[in-house]
Design a protein around this ligand. Structure first.
Ligand SMILES: Cc1ncc(C[n+]2csc(CCOP(=O)(O)OP(=O)(O)O)c2C)c(N)n1
Ligand code: SF4
Ligand SMILES: [Mg+2]
Length: 283
């Protein structure tokens, strides 16, 4: 049984009070509850405060380029789909710079789990608006307030028939831990948007602001009813739902590709001479 000590990584360089700390704690607790030893999965990130996550967890990790965590994660899965992969990303990294990767990997239904630290701001670069910043919010780059409409990741994911769609809050660690476990165990693309206060640059969406608005989705809610999930996903403002908004059991891409259906690519034997023969044709 792994313990917190097995997961101990580098010392976090996040600001005191940052919502990222409790995401880190919930994640380690979730993996321990699931009896997951750190060498049995990989985590991947892009760039940003959220994307520093792999520095702070002792496990297989890859810290890539801004917005490009998903292609790396997909590559790992296609090489070895017996190996679980999770992504830790920011709202800018995932919904902005990496938005196109998100859309098409949801469509492919690659079996990965994506945790978005959604602080509704670009934290690392000191407070520019992100796709989830609320309309009218003033930032250093938006002195007249954000003109663009606010991106709704939950509604987008339900519209794309994403296999698992959920929202957590870093101020509700026990609930977040359970959500992380459910997302990890789900087969198919899992998107978990985590409301994460950025105490240094987002002075609107604070712990207090979220606490006054979030509520747990009631137990009798049916997350497999897509139309109901879509209307739940549209809720924002005075009441913000936390929990599993939608899930389905679509086939994953790993189950559909004939070449890897029976065994992961890493377990195939390769005839290197065939590659050499092909290359020789170009000499
Ligand atoms: C291609 C590219 N564009 C821009 C940047 C600069 N940059 C680094 S982090 C970042 C924003 C990160 O915001 P978010 O993903 O929300 O993460 P947070 O820091 O808020 O956790 C930007 C714009 C970059 N590193 N690479
Ligand atoms: S800038 Fe914001 S997101 Fe980054 S560490 Fe500080 S509080 Fe956290
Ligand atoms: Mg952010």
């Amino acid at each position: 049984m792994p313990t917190l000590k097995d997961y101990k990584g580098g010392h976090p360089a996040w600001c005191p009070g940052c919502g990222n700390f409790s995401i880190l704690k919930s994640f380690k607790d979730a993996m321990i509850d699931l009896d997951m030893e750190p060498h049995r999965f990989s985590i991947v990130s892009g760039i940003g405060q959220a994307a520093k996550f792999p520095h702070y967890v002792k496990c297989n990790a890859f810290n890539g380029l801004h917005g490009r965590a998903l292609p790396v994660a997909a590559g790992i899965r296609l090489a070895n789909h017996e190996h679980p992969v999770m992504i830790f990303t920011g709202d800018g990294d995932c919904y902005g710079e990496g938005g196109n990767h998100l859309i098409h990997n949801i469509r492919r239904n690659i079996d990965v789990t994506v945790f978005v630290h959604d602080n509704q701001i670009y934290g690392l670069t000191k407070g520019q608006a992100s796709p989830t910043s609320m309309e009218g919010m003033k930032t250093k780059n938006q002195p007249f307030g954000v003109f663009s409409g606010q991106f709704n990741p939950m509604a987008m994911a339900v519209a794309l028939d994403c296999s698992f769609v959920a929202r957590g809050f870093s101020g509700d660690t026990e609930h977040l831990k359970e959500l992380m476990k459910a997302a990890f165990l789900h087969k198919g693309f899992a998107l978990v948007d985590i409301l994460q206060p950025c105490v240094s640059f987002n002075k609107i969406n604070t712990y207090e602001w979220y606490k006054q608005r979030v509520y747990h989705i009631e137990p009798e809610y049916d997350p497999e009813d897509r139309a109901g999930a879509f209307s739940r996903a549209l809720e924002w403002g005075d009441s913000i739902p936390l929990g599993i908004i939608f899930k389905n059991s679509r086939l994953t891409i790993e189950e559909r590709i004939p070449v890897i259906k029976d065994a992961p690519l890493v377990k195939h034997s390769f005839d290197h001479s065939a590659i050499e023969r092909t290359l020789e044709e170009f000499y």
